[in-house]
Design a protein around this ligand. Structure first.
Ligand SMILES: *Cc1c(COP(=O)(O)O)cnc(C)c1O
Length: 396
């Protein structure tokens, strides 16, 4: 395909040409574990890397490859790599980039299992980490050690929706030759493209917006060719958290509607955030589209739109939060995000229950905090459901 096609075209066409597949409009699912060599010499050449071609599906699969090519172009990187889950992607990247006695600098507040992985890497492999507030470049500088290999960032940070200035952190990292890795799950490349801001590796839990339909668990990584080749031949191949061809097919399908879905997620979330802000039972709304927040300028700088996830605190405590959630009729009580259905959850007792209470409070994850992944339903219906539930806790 012509290189200069626009994003909305690339999500549909990049990585697939029907002419090479009997004219099939939809990509075929190559559901095979292994590939037949025409002769012994071909097998030898493929294993030696002297000839392109497939060998065995943990090392590469045509359907998975289509997806890898597509996500690489969408993120503006050279190559992509697909994994069986977001955490398989995160662990392959962090274990691939570090060795014993190295150090990782991480944004304060990351996905719970990423936090668990960092702790495990410290205990088992002597790979240390610090979780720090990344709003001040001087604070970042003071935490960089001679053995710091990676800066790992989530932005917006889940569930408080705090933002990290990717360009600023990249500039600090560049002075010390440190790789910047960004978990771009909440934004997708439609909203934020970290590689264009100087970051080196982008990771997705494709389970969320990339898939978009709540029917697959998957992960993706995009970077330059050398980095992806290194990961493919080490932590992906030998740890083996690969994606199945069917999941790749679901994601190729999901990606086709990414811009359309993201626009609707954002439109609905802006509407719900404003309605929540005006409600007397709501204490505070955390949303990158909130122009009263101190990091709104970062959203303006690096995000094209504010995204579909909102957190808010209510006037009340844990029981009121649970009562509100239990009173909902349309909204689904579930973790995860990025699906067509609006999902609501209580971080302190669900996604972040493993974080000790003291750290939770420090991170702003209080008992009256609720997170919504705003879905694609009618925004009026979503609000009506929330409003009737907010009425129930109004006079506490
Ligand atoms: C869900 C999620 C992950 C983990 O992805 P899985 O696909 O569940 O393994 C990592 N990072 C973020 C920000 C997530 O939301």
């Amino acid at each position: 395909m012509k290189k200069d096609r626009r994003f909305e075209t690339q999500v549909i066409h990049t990585g697939y040409s029907s002419e090479q597949h009997h004219g099939s409009l939809a990509p075929p699912i190559y559901s095979t574990s292994t590939f037949v060599f025409p002769d012994a010499e071909t097998g030898e050449q493929r294993f030696a890397g002297d000839q392109d071609g497939y060998i065995y599906s943990r090392l590469g699969n045509p359907t998975v490859k289509m997806l890898e090519e597509r996500i690489a172009v969408l993120e503006g990187g050279e190559k992509g790599l697909a994994f069986g889950s977001g955490m398989a992607a995160v662990s392959a990247v962090l274990l691939g980039l570090t060795r014993s006695q190295d150090h990782i600098l991480c944004s304060q507040g990351v996905y719970g299992c990423t936090f668990g992985l960092l702790r495990m890497m410290k205990d088992k492999f002597d790979i240390d980490h610090d979780l720090i507030d990344m709003s001040d470049p001087e604070v970042i500088e003071t935490h960089i050690r001679p053995n710091t290999q990676v800066i790992f960032i989530e932005t917006p940070i889940n569930p408080t929706m705090t933002l990290v200035d990717l360009e600023m952190v990249s500039q600090v990292a560049a002075r010390h030759n440190i790789m910047v890795v960004v978990d771009n799950t909440f934004c997708t490349p439609y909203i934020q493209r970290p590689l264009s801001l100087g970051c080196h590796i982008v990771i997705h839990s494709a389970t969320k917006y990339i898939g978009g339909h709540g029917d697959v668990v998957a992960g993706l990584v995009v970077s330059d060719s050398d980095t992806i080749d290194m990961l493919a031949s080490t932590t992906q191949k030998d740890i083996g958290g690969v994606m199945s061809p069917f999941d790749a097919w679901l994601l190729l399908r999901g990606l086709k509607t990414l811009p359309v879905r993201m626009d609707r997620h954002c439109d609905n979330a802006i509407y719900i955030a404003n309605a929540l802000k005006a409600h007397p039972s709501v204490e505070h709304v955390f949303y990158p589209g909130n122009d009263e927040s101190s990091d709104y300028y970062i959203a303006q700088k690096q995000m094209t739109r504010p995204g579909g996830v909102i957190s808010f605190t209510i006037n009340g405590g844990k029981e009121d939060a649970q009562k509100l959630i239990n009173t909902l009729q349309l909204l689904k009580i579930a973790v995860s995000l990025g699906d067509a259905e609006t999902l609501i959850q209580h971080p302190a007792t669900m996604t972040h229950a493993v974080v000790p209470e003291e750290s939770r409070t420090k991170m702003g994850i209080t008992d009256n905090l609720i997170r919504i992944s705003v879905g694609l339903e009618s925004k009026e219906d979503i609000w009506e459901d929330l409003e009737q539930a907010l009425e129930v806790i109004k006079y506490v």
